[in-house]
Design a protein around this ligand. Structure first.
Ligand code: PHE
Length: 358
């Protein structure tokens, strides 16, 4: 066997013995690197006679090519083996229970907003948003509440500093300005809900200066109060996970709806508990009505052509009712023990098919 054959045999054996990519790299450098054994032989070609080079040249080049190819093949084989190993060791056992050690919890308000969104999405509503800092115009005037209207006092508004043009931004006192923003931004028909934070300068056992509402708005050519009642009834059944609910629509007043109603749901008060869907008591849960013609005119819609309804629900109240949470203020106290008790697992995303709140 020639020296070249012996060298090739030796290197190829080293290559196939290399157990990992690092070992293979050492073998490669040892053979093909600048000071490697094959490279050293290649360098001798320069000092050869033409005849000798004609014979040795192809031999050495063949050696180099085969070693190169052997390194590449081994590298591919090692990579595949490493991947197989990783796949085997990182295998997920899908039968294991889901992350029981998981610490974080979803706040009941976030959970409730997710539930509301799932229910209304199922009825074809999309979710709209507006800013917490509103203009006086959007929060009041556009909603048929002119500057001297007494409803402004009832809202206990937080006013911000006056701007140069004399206008005063407010922290929105309700989610109703999102009705206006939606109708100004897009063409009817509209079918939206707008959950979010609202602010009123009021604080006691049942009021916090910041709380949450979800606004609903439907505008189309033939939308009527029957649709309003159906939507609210379906919503309550789905949300409280009851087969039937009994609701009462009482005449009320909001400047931006006409007629306006407050809606009560039948309940039974038992000690400190409130049981829904039974009993002879009533619990107010929301305000609603047919969108006032002045509001439609403000956004450039002809009230003879378009009509619809709006409603506003207190999210905090809905969460307290469903999950038996007695004190509103605890929602915003940031007490981890409270959150661990009333919070939800982050992987239990509410949906109608799987159940809203498992
Ligand atoms: N914006 C009203 C409130 O905060 C609720 C409401 C919304 C009533 C939409 C009617 C229609 O009290």
């Amino acid at each position: 066997m020639s020296d070249i054959d012996a060298l090739e045999k030796d290197i190829l054996a080293q290559i196939s013995d290399a157990e990992n990519q690092a070992a293979l790299e050492t073998v490669r450098v040892d053979a093909l690197g600048k000071k490697g054994r094959v490279s050293a032989l290649m360098k001798t070609l320069g000092g050869m006679s033409d005849d000798e080079r004609k014979v040795k040249g192809p031999l050495l080049n063949g050696l180099k090519d085969r070693v190169n190819q052997a390194v590449l093949d081994r590298k591919a084989a090692l990579e595949e083996a490493e991947l197989d190993l990783r796949l085997a060791s990182e295998r997920v056992d899908v039968t294991l229970p889901v992350l029981t050690s998981q610490q974080g919890r979803i706040h009941p308000i976030s959970q409730t907003i997710e539930e509301l969104s799932a229910i209304f999405a199922d009825m074809g509503f999309s979710v709209a948003e507006g800013p917490d800092i509103e203009t006086d115009e959007m929060n009041f005037t556009a909603l048929n509440i002119p500057p001297e209207h007494p409803a402004r006092q009832m809202h206990d508004t937080f006013y911000l500093e006056e701007k140069e043009d004399g206008s005063r931004p407010v922290l929105r006192t309700h989610t109703s300005p999102v009705q206006i923003r939606t109708m100004l931004a897009e063409k009817p028909p509209h079918r939206i809900i707008a959950p979010g934070r609202v602010y009123r300068c009021d604080s006691d056992q049942t009021h916090t200066p910041m709380f949450h509402q979800v606004e609903g708005l439907v505008i189309d050519r033939e939308t009527h109060m029957g649709h309003l009642k159906w939507v609210l009834e379906e919503f309550c059944k789905a949300y409280f996970e009851l087969d039937s609910v009994s609701m009462r629509f009482r005449p009320s007043h909001f400047p931006f709806t006409e007629p306006s109603m407050e809606v009560d749901i039948r309940c039974r008060r038992d000690g400190g508990q409130i049981l829904l869907g039974e009993g002879d008591d009533w619990l107010e849960i929301l305000g609603c009505g047919m969108v006032h013609p002045n509001v439609l005119r403000y956004v450039g819609l002809d009230p003879h052509e378009f009509q619809g309804f709006a409603f506003g629900v207190g999210i905090d109240r809905m969460a307290m009712l469903k999950y038996g949470i007695p004190d509103l203020r605890a929602f915003f106290s940031g007490d981890l023990r409270w959150l661990r008790h009333y919070g939800f697992h982050s992987l239990d995303v509410p949906n109608l098919a799987g159940g809203l709140s498992r």
